[in-house]
Design a protein around this ligand. Structure first.
Ligand SMILES: Nc1nc2c(c(=O)[nH]1)N[C@H]1C(S)=C(S)[C@@H](COP(=O)(O)O)O[C@H]1N2
Ligand SMILES: [Mo]
Length: 184
């Protein structure tokens, strides 16, 4: 019997590799690159609008950079072990750096307007992404987070690593069920 599941995994692996190569080339060519991002093939997890240089979709009000899971993973997964005000105990939070996502779309500005599936919205200072390198978490303890478990994307700050982050203001910026960022 042909193991179709195995084939599916292999195809996904090749795709992640291809997208990773694209972003590596893009970063290597640097500021001169002003082309399109590849279009998402899977379900769109994140849509970025506003002051960005690289886009791949038309949305109401202009252009957007949309990412599916493979495109996000291709930016490089990182893991953070920390407590979090919304969940009991210490957990391994894995995802991509918000700063890497902003770099990939050529973002610049002062504020990120983060919006979530439940309608929650908060302004996050642009510099938070570089000062504290929060993650857009996709997995907790190796398990993909779904909408019912605050996924598919959850902004998680390194709360246990940086003393200044043990402050309610960063709890309000810890957006779960994140769906979009508007760069202003
Ligand atoms: N999607 C979404 N993210 C959110 C919120 C929310 O209502 N919706 N509340 C914020 C606030 S005010 C806090 S304090 C933290 C923790 O909220 P929780 O205790 O309900 O998890 O999540 C933040 N992220
Ligand atoms: Mo809160």
């Amino acid at each position: 019997m042909i193991d179709l599941r195995g084939l599916g995994n292999a195809a996904a692996f090749v795709r992640v590799g291809a997208v990773a190569l694209f972003f590596a080339l893009m970063m290597w060519t640097g500021e001169a690159w002003a082309g399109e991002l590849p279009a998402p093939q899977g379900k769109v997890l994140l849509s970025i609008t506003g002051n960005i240089a690289h886009t791949n979709a038309d949305v109401s009000g202009g252009r957007a950079a949309q990412f599916d899971r493979a495109q996000l993973e291709a930016l490089g997964m990182h893991t953070l072990e920390t407590t979090n005000p919304s969940i009991e105990g210490v957990h391994a939070f894995s995802g991509v750096r918000l700063s890497d996502v902003l770099d990939a779309v050529g973002a610049s500005g002062k504020v990120l307007v983060a919006r979530a599936l439940d309608g929650y919205s908060v302004n996050i200072p642009f510099d938070d992404a570089y000062d504290f390198t929060p993650l857009l978490v996709m997995k907790i303890d190796g398990v993909v987070i779904r909408v019912r478990t605050k996924g598919p994307l959850w902004i998680v700050y390194p709360v246990d690593q940086v003393e200044a982050l043990k402050n309610e203001i960063y709890s309000t910026r810890s957006v779960w069920q994140l769906k979009s960022l508007d760069v202003k």
